[in-house]
Design a binder for this molecule. Structure first.
Ligand code: NAD
Length: 354
């Protein structure tokens, strides 16, 4: 298992250190795990003047899987756009062809009180958000800021999706639903956007190949509302890049903390990049208070999707559950009566429980 480890910026280094310890602990089981480190994001800019340095790209292309922390920091906010940390992220996704982004929103029973929603609304919640990752308005050309004939300036971006892009991600969605509760809800804005009308047409067509899966469609504004009204109605949510970006962050809060949510980004052959859903959290970086569980759970997803080791994936998830049952909590999921611990202590506990 050749894994490229890209800690990135902010809390990235702290949380990835704990996830790497989990991987190292698995070596004790005789697994041949190779970890190689490289820079990305602001760290890439600092080290090599590029948020996605050539050495990082080479390592990521050669690896079976990539473990990433997070990128971004206030000190990079004034750099020209191509040098910004987020560009590193967009380029590695595009470069590795990682078009399917899986973001489970799973509520652990132990954390039912950490959610801002009433326990009865969220207990038992288990949603999989599948976000298309390499198309849409985030990549569409033309884009830019220009001066019009009348002298006024305007900013513009282009939302576009090709048929093949929609098709391949829709297939992933239906296949995932087959292993779950057999429901796909495709989210779009087909009442206003032509891109969405086309998305709906193609997803409906692909759905005919999966007669065992129930397909429904929902406008994104309604989906945003339904996610906080009655989130348990969803099984797999299939959506485009920008809608998925926003809805998955919303869904994360249903589970209590963004610090609990892992993600996988897969190519057509299940090669993947695994990272927490949250960002680099510069407000808490360097304080040893970040929650490393989303990153550790991302390692579980790596075992499941890239290495097809469901057994190891479950062992890691069980280890996390056990630690939560023991009452250990980082600050973001802390409640009265629990034991508040830092990032490294949480990592220790998971490794021990594993
Ligand atoms: P963020 O996810 O970094 O932080 C949002 C809030 O959640 C903050 O209050 C933070 O302290 C908290 N938080 C996040 N992760 C946590 C964890 N593991 N444990 C405890 N608390 C946690 O989002 P933001 O503040 O909007 O962005 C900060 C930087 O991260 C920006 O530069 C942004 O561009 C970048 N970003 C990167 C990614 C990524 O690398 N995938 C994703 C989103 C944002």
């Amino acid at each position: 298992m050749k894994i490229a480890v890209l800690p990135g910026d902010g809390i990235g280094t702290e949380i990835v250190a704990q996830a790497a310890r989990v991987l190292e602990a698995l070596r004790g089981d005789g697994l041949k795990i190779e970890l190689e480190y490289a820079h990305i994001g602001g760290a890439g800019y600092d080290a090599a003047g590029d948020p996605f340095p050539a050495a990082t790209e080479k390592l990521a292309l050669a690896a079976d899987a990539v473990l990433l922390g997070a990128v971004g920091g206030y000190q990079y906010d004034t750099l020209p756009r191509p040098m910004r940390p987020e560009q590193g992220l967009l380029r590695i996704r595009k470069g590795l062809g990682l078009f399917a982004n899986l973001r489970p929103a799973l509520l652990y029973p132990e954390l039912v009180n950490a959610s801002t929603l009433r326990p009865e609304a969220v207990s038992g919640l288990d949603i999989m958000i599948l976000r298309e990752l390499t198309g849409d308005i985030y990549f569409g050309q033309p884009r830019g800021i220009r001066t019009l004939d009348n002298g006024e300036r305007e900013g513009f971006d282009t939302m576009r999706y090709s048929e093949s892009e929609i098709r391949r991600v829709a297939h992933v969605g239906f296949r995932i639903a087959r292993k779950r509760n057999k429901k796909v809800c495709s989210v779009d804005k087909a009442n206003v956007l032509d891109t969405s009308m086309f998305w709906r047409e193609i997803v409906t067509g692909v759905g005919k190949e999966y007669p065992d899966i129930g397909l429904s469609h929902m406008y994104v504004d309604n989906a945003a509302m339904q996610l906080v009204r009655a989130p348990k109605q969803f099984d797999v949510i299939l959506t485009g890049n920008i809608f998925g970006d926003i809805l998955s962050d919303e869904a994360s809060m249903l589970t209590g903390s963004i610090g609990m949510l892992p993600s996988a980004s897969l190519d057509a052959n299940n090669k993947g990049m695994y990272e927490p859903c949250h960002g680099s959290a510069p407000d808490i970086a360097g304080k040893d208070i970040a929650n490393p569980l989303a990153t550790i759970l991302s390692v579980a997803m790596m075992m499941r999707y890239t290495f097809a080791r469901e057994d190891i994936a479950q062992r890691i998830e069980d280890a996390v559950r056990k630690v939560l049952r023991q009452g250990l909590r980082t600050a973001d999921i802390y409640e009265d009566g629990m034991r508040k611990v830092g990032c490294a202590t949480m990592g220790d506990a998971v490794v021990k429980s594993l």
